[in-house]
Ligand binder design. Sequence first.
Ligand code: UDX
Length: 458
Amino acid sequence: MYKISVAGTGYVGLVAGVCFAEVGHHVTCVDIDQQKINMLKQGISPIYETGLEKMMQKNSALGRLDFTTDFIQAYKDADAVFIGVGTPEQPDGSANLSYIATVARQIAETIEKDCLVVVKSTVPVGTNDKVEQFIKDFIINDVKVEVASNPEFLAQGTAVRDTLEAARIIIGTDSIWAKEMLMKIYEPFNLPIVSVSRRSAEMIKYASNDFLALKISYMNDIANLCELVGADIQDVARGMSFDERIGSKFLSAGIGYGGSCFPKDTKALDYMARQNGYELRTIRSAIMVNNDQKTILYRKASNRLITFDGLKVAVLGLTFKPETDDLREAPSLANVPLLLERGARVYAYDPVGSDNFRQKYPESEYKIKYVKKPEEALSDANVSFIFTEWDEIKAIKPEDYKNLMRTPLVFDGRNIYGIESMRNAGVEYYSIGRQAVVENRAINLSNKYSTNQRFYSA
Ligand code: UDX
């Protein structure tokens, strides 16, 4: 078993560190944020992630997992340092590598024995080469250091499972020493290992994430066309899914992909292509479709209503997807400001995301209320929007909209209800890529101009 240090206790770093400890390695997680480290030392996870906190507490108690801000102690005698710090998006779409550079410099100035540095953060192709050179430029002691790429593919909410039961481990290095050590570190996971060059590993991460983003944008594009021609995207997706070449996952049309990865990684790959004199047309299209898709419900509602002024609007779901409190690039953030601007009184319900949303939109400054139960949002409401498919929101029955709302007018961005059930309950219902239910009749109310115009002019 190895002595591993992990730089960064965000989603990537913390989950990796806890999972390495779980399989028996001795792990020290390092972060500059003292408050976060204090929380972690007390067994409290700063992120909402199924199973993480328990696993963290168990491994800390076993003495295999420790947290510190003292990077010197953590790095000096580590066999391997995994870097899992953030690479936030910059205004031009490129990735900000300053956190990686800081850790690289700390490693260079502290290591006292041979050390394998492993970059887990998503970084532009070629970054690992630069990180290795950077460490070698600043290294103080006469020890061997090599840098390998080991991207992760965890999704928020299922991060622990995605790590312990990953579909594959990507090891990117051109050195036998680094490859053998990484293979041994990952041996206890008993998972398929794909060993490639460093640059290919870096590209696999972007190519995988962006392929999934492309798949979602493709389905959203087809969904918009389904509305215009009278087809149903859910039936279309089901029919497509039987073809193993297409697969059954990531075919759900909705209000666009959000989160910390897809929006950032599509823009970063687009930027990387342009830097290299190439136009990545597929990914540019995925980005454009996604930008439009996020406000499609707002535009449908604007077509239906002459004003939002004074209306009570129920917003169901704030986070970018269920089982997370993360709001990054969430469709709610694209829609709620528009509703507030138009004078709506917003009543927002989310099982865990309200506190984060409140920080951006406090009740004292905006006409917004955060409620604890969906019924409070729906009661006497004129309109309701569904932005996240939480179980608590799926549990709302079609007749609840009819009974609780002043006017049962529902705009569903996640297609969580059957058309028939809403029609039977007497709810006016607009969703994505399906026929609308208006006055108990199914009609075609799509938003052809705004979507297409923006697409062609973008
Ligand atoms: C994603 C990848 O799944 C993961 O492999 C990668 O490492 C990081 O990015 P995450 O952002 O946590 O993970 O969430 P994911 O569950 O993949 O969903 C991303 C977005 O796509 C969400 O906004 C979700 O609502 C949307 N989505 C997903 C769809 O609109 N339709 C789908 O069929 C699937």
